[in-house]
Ligand binder design. Sequence first.
Ligand code: GLU
Length: 303
Amino acid sequence: MSEQPTAARPVFRFAPSPNGFLHLGHAASALINQRMARASGGRLLLRIEDIDTGRTRDEFVEAIGEDLAWLGVTFDEEPLRQSRHLPDYQKAADRLDALGLVYPCFAARAEILAAAHETGLRLDPDGAPVYPGLHRGLDPKEAERRKAGGEPYAMRLDMARAVALARERAGHAMSEQQLSWREMDAAGQVEMVFADPLAWGDIVLQRKDVPTSYHLSVVVDDARQGVTHVVRGKDLIHATAIHRLLQVLLDLPEPVYHHHDLVLDGNGLKLSKSDSATSLRSLREAGWTRGDVMAKLGFHDVA
Ligand code: GLU
């Protein structure tokens, strides 16, 4: 069989954050991506999401490479490291700024929490308090004065305006003027899912310590890497609403999404990086083979 031309081949990606060792949940995600890429004649790329400078460690970046090699997951290009592309995220943020959709927020965490409680606590899909709009509408002169005084600030997306603009722009292409994304199930059936970015409130687009955020980087890089299929855990399904919104506003292509089941621990909870017992590293040290991991995760075929 001849190879499909690169442009027509699906592109998948595995995008871990190097702030801990990979665990069984990551293994499942990487193996599912690899299986789907191979089944569709597609390519698989690795992206190291290392914008969290406080928590990223080189040791973890190295371990990701070793653990994936041990697992038999291979990639078609050199990994992309987000920390090397900060100017690109800044450019994307500038575009949103030029559309009048972002504003600086100087408030400290505690101040935001207190205000959120005062104004009636609303929780986002992750269960965190929604930003109560503290510095939306701050006098631009005051903002400039505070910036000039060296006060740290985050840049937030004015969600109501962003959604209104996205609907206006892409209205005809969206059913009933709604934002939606294409979700593929495990059997490969695709359906439209209603996206509700308003549920997140004014998210941080650029953090105080780094000129980007998970949401901004992920959409810029999925586009940069030509990702056609975003395959990741169900814990990120609600974030897709934000990603779809940013793609519309930044004129980025729309991938198909598949959010797979999570690997749960004995108590039915999501695995966490702080629980070293399920890290691939400790399982390997305890004598597990790649085959043991695959069997544990229910992979009966060669991924
Ligand atoms: N870096 C994210 C994580 O490790 C995954 C991002 C994504 O797949 O969109 O949870």
